[in-house]
Structures are given as C-alpha cells and as structure tokens.
Write a protein that binds this ligand. Structure first.
Ligand SMILES: [Mg+2]
Length: 388
C-alpha cells in the first residue's frame, strides 16, 4: 500500500470573530489517501494557512525537504518510521511549533487510515487493556463583551453542562492579560467573583477547572489572587503564567493551593520534559495534533506516569480531534478527563457541523469505541462549505 495524496484543508467559520479567544473558529484538516482507495482523516489546532504551507512547502536540501514529497509513495502503515524520517528531513523547518502541529494532523490521519485498513479502533493499536469508559469535561468559553454578560453566560452554560450530566467543567475566566476575551480588561477580584459564581452554580460534587490563559506575569502576583481561590476546590488551574517563564511556573506550582496545568501549546515530548522537570507542573495537557500526533502524545503520557503526574489532554476542536484524544485516553489510566467542547454549548459552527458522526457520548461519559480507525464520519458538504 502506498500514499497517493495528502489533502490539506484550510477551514474557516464564515461568522468567525477575531476578538474571540477561540481557535475552534478555524481548522486544519488533513486527508491521506492510498492507492487502494482507503483514506484517513486528521486535524490540528494551528493557524491552518501556515499549517498547509508547512506540509506543502518545497524543499531544497537534505535537512529541509518537502513533507508532502516525503509522504507520497511511502508505506502509510509504518507511522513511526515515517514520522521520524520527516522530523529529521525537515529539521531546518524549525523542529517545533507550527511544523510539528501540522505534522500532528498528518500523523492522526495515518492512525485513522491504519485502523480502517486493519479493521481495528485506534485505541487497540495504541495499547492493551483499554478501560470501559472515558470521562469528558465540558469546556466552557463564555461569550459577551462586558463583565456582566461574560459572567452570566458562563454561569448559564455551567448550569446547562450540569443538566447534561457532565461530572466536570472547565471555565475560561479570562478578562485580563494577553488572551482577554473580546477586549475585556477587568480586575482580578472580578475573576474571583466569576469563579465563585460558577462553583455556586454547579455545587460541590462536580469537578471544577479554571483556565486563565496566561493572565499573570509572575507567581507572586498570581498568588495574591489564588490564595482566595482555595475555597473553590479547583481540580486544576490552567496556564496562569506566560509559558516561557518556567521558573515562575515552578514557583507557583509549589505555592499555589491547587495543581497547575500546562501543555496546550507544546510540540514534541522534548518540550514536555522541560515543562515537567523545570516547570514542576501537576497536570500535563498534551494536545494530540499540536504535540505532533498520537505517538508523541503517548510518549508524554508515559513520561507523566514515570514522574507521578496526571494527564488531561487539551482539545479545542471538532469531533476529529476529540476522537483521537479519547482513543489515547482509553489506554492512559492516569488520565481522569479529556477536554470536550459540547456542541450545544459552543458558538463555533465548525465544532457543530464538520463531523457528521462522532464518538458516542452520554452524560459526559464515552463508552469504548469499536469502529475501525477514529470512528468518525466527516460531513463532506461542511468540508467544502467551510473552505477558507
Ligand atoms: Mg487553555
């Protein structure tokens, strides 16, 4: 079997809003096709125009070859060998960042394809003894351009997530800092007010995570607010400090009254080694596409296990990425939840429409999938309609 084509799809929701802190408004989807008529589908959370260029750009010498050329004609079932060959032969493309994120979509598509060819679900190719169910947490990104609208939208969605049966929710509480939603600029006390309102809404029995998206400059500033958050019993706090300040991240991890989670932007297992060993994080959050694909994500899970850390993968995309993340979680016992953007609690049309059939989920729990590959069916009409 040989790879005959790599389709790189740049997708954009027609109603996208650049002031929103949501990368689910666009997507990079890769379809790998073979000479035997099989195909696999993958996705990554990366600027899709850059990602397409990463895969298709011409190469001129041995350490900077064209990824697409390396893929065409290759055996699609030798995923690890192929990934390594591309990683080495494109070393001067950057070795991290967008190129690895883009390669992750290709790698995910190869697993979907391999599963279909062998008639096995992806989790069965990744490991033995899968568990029966994986729990998803509802990831909630409020809308609204004022403090009151933002708070009320988040509280409403948290209440609906509880009604839908989710046993965990994550609130994006970002009204300040580089990632501030819709240009908001609110005091840290108002962030405390929003977290308190969400906790009150969901009650004490649902796990609550909070994401402040790189809001604070250093550990000391963060702690002034976070000491007040001990009473909210957070499952973890996501990305409180800018990602490059690893020593500050370590300082905060040691002093904060809740575990600290990072990893959504990291590419390759090597960036996670730094985050775990120097940043001293409590939860690692590999994003399957961005980290470089399922093999890299699995390596990160294994590294976390060795260090006694837990995994809660990042996933802010469509049913394609959610499926890949779930398959990984089925063979990762130290992964208590996966991130899940509920279509009914999301403004993002791509999330709602790109995948016609995704993994079955009921009341926040995904039963072990048996269908070959990722087990999803694309909405081909949506793929055409959202071409950006
Ligand atoms: Mg985040």
């Amino acid at each position: 079997m040989k790879i005959t084509d790599i389709e790189c799809h740049v997708l954009l929701a027609p109603n996208y809003n650049p002031a929103f802190t949501s990368s689910a408004q666009d997507s990079f989807v890769v379809i790998v096709r073979t000479d035997e008529g099989e195909f696999g589908v993958g996705e990554s959370d990366v600027n899709p125009w850059i990602a397409r260029m990463c895969i298709e750009a011409r190469g001129t010498h041995t350490m900077s070859l064209c990824a697409r050329d390396l893929l065409i004609g290759a055996d699609p079932l030798d995923i690890e060998g192929l990934w390594q060959r591309i990683y080495i032969s494109t070393a001067m493309h950057g070795r991290r960042g967008a190129f690895i994120h883009a390669l992750g979509a290709v790698e995910m598509a190869l697993w979907d394809l391999k599963g279909k060819v062998l008639g096995k679900p992806v989790h069965a190719l990744l490991g033995d003894s899968p568990r029966d169910t994986v729990l998803a947490y509802a990831s909630l990104q409020p809308n609204g351009g004022s403090f009151e609208a933002y708070r009320d939208s988040l509280v409403e969605w948290a209440g609906r997530a509880k009604q839908l049966g989710f046993r965990a929710v994550k609130a994006e509480v970002t009204m300040n800092g580089p990632y501030a939603h819709a240009g908001l600029h609110e005091s840290y006390d108002r962030h405390t007010e929003v977290v308190a309102a969400v906790r009150k809404t969901i009650g004490p029995d649902i796990a609550l995570m909070v994401d402040v998206q790189y809001m604070w400059a250093d550990a000391e500033t963060a702690l002034r607010t976070l000491r007040d958050w001990a009473e909210f019993d957070l499952f973890f706090l996501e990305t409180p400090i800018w990602i490059d300040n690893l020593d500050e991240i370590a300082r905060l991890s040691e002093a904060a009254p809740m575990p600290i989670a990072f990893g959504e932007w990291q590419a390759t297992r090597h960036e996670f080694a730094e985050l775990m060993d120097r940043g001293k994080i409590g939860f690692a959050q590999p994003d399957v596409g961005r980290v470089g694909g399922l093999i890299e994500a699995k390596a990160v899970c294994d590294m976390a296990k060795t260090r006694g850390l837990r995994i809660v993968p990042h996933c802010w995309k469509t049913g394609i990425s959610i499926s890949a993340t779930a398959h990984l979680a089925f063979v990762t016992p130290h992964c208590p939840f996966i991130e899940f953007l509920p279509p009914e609690l999301s403004e993002d049309t791509l999330r709602r429409e790109l995948v016609a059939q995704e993994l079955h989920m009921e009341r926040g729990s995904i039963p072990l999938p048996q269908a070959p590959g990722l087990g999803i069916v694309l909405n081909w009409d949506a793929l055409r309609r959202f071409a950006g």
